[in-house]
Design a protein around this ligand. Structure first.
Ligand code: HEC
Length: 132
């Protein structure tokens, strides 16, 4: 091998080693310290209700949200077991996004407050994976 090629290859290997070292240090940092966290402050939002807004919300929810959140028996957005998902995604429940208490949501709340259920619990109390 020509000396110039050797020299280029040696330098390239140094650069590669440096990149691997930086990635390794970052991976160790994230492993030890966890995913970065930032202090959050909830924005103060004031929403005034009007019949037009409620109708627009009903339309938007019908277009975007109902497929997953509408309970097929009550037709309320109280969440449901998403049985139409492939089993590879695990057992997933959409949440009750109303203020209507349901026995399922009450069971879910009770189960979720149990830290052994983290990151989440199905309304039945069994654990499930996050939807996304
Ligand atoms: C593809 C299905 C799907 C669609 C579409 C969908 N959701 Fe959801 N949503 C879910 C699932 C599943 C969960 C439960 C996720 C979890 O517990 O981690 C959820 C959770 C929620 C939550 C609770 C979040 C929390 O942290 O507790 C809210 C609020 C919500 N959805 C609102 C909406 C709204 C509003 C829309 C329409 C704009 C919508 N979702 C559309 C599936 C969906």
């Amino acid at each position: 091998m020509k000396p110039i090629v050797k020299k280029v290859l040696r330098r390239a290997s140094y650069v590669l080693a440096a990149v691997v070292a930086v990635v390794a240090v970052l991976a160790i940092y994230v492993q030890v310290d966890g995913i970065p966290r930032y202090p959050q402050t909830a924005p103060v939002v004031t929403v005034t209700s009007s019949p037009q807004r409620i109708e627009r919300g009903r339309k938007l929810a019908g277009l975007i949200c109902n497929d997953c959140h509408e309970n097929n028996e009550t037709h309320q957005l109280t969440g449901r077991h998403m049985t139409d998902l492939p089993p590879e995604f695990g057992e997933i429940y959409s949440k009750n996004i109303t203020s209507i208490p349901t026995s399922a949501s009450a069971a879910g709340r009770t189960a979720s407050s149990n830290s052994s259920c983290a990151p989440g619990c199905a309304p039945t109390g069994s654990t499930f994976r996050r939807g996304w």
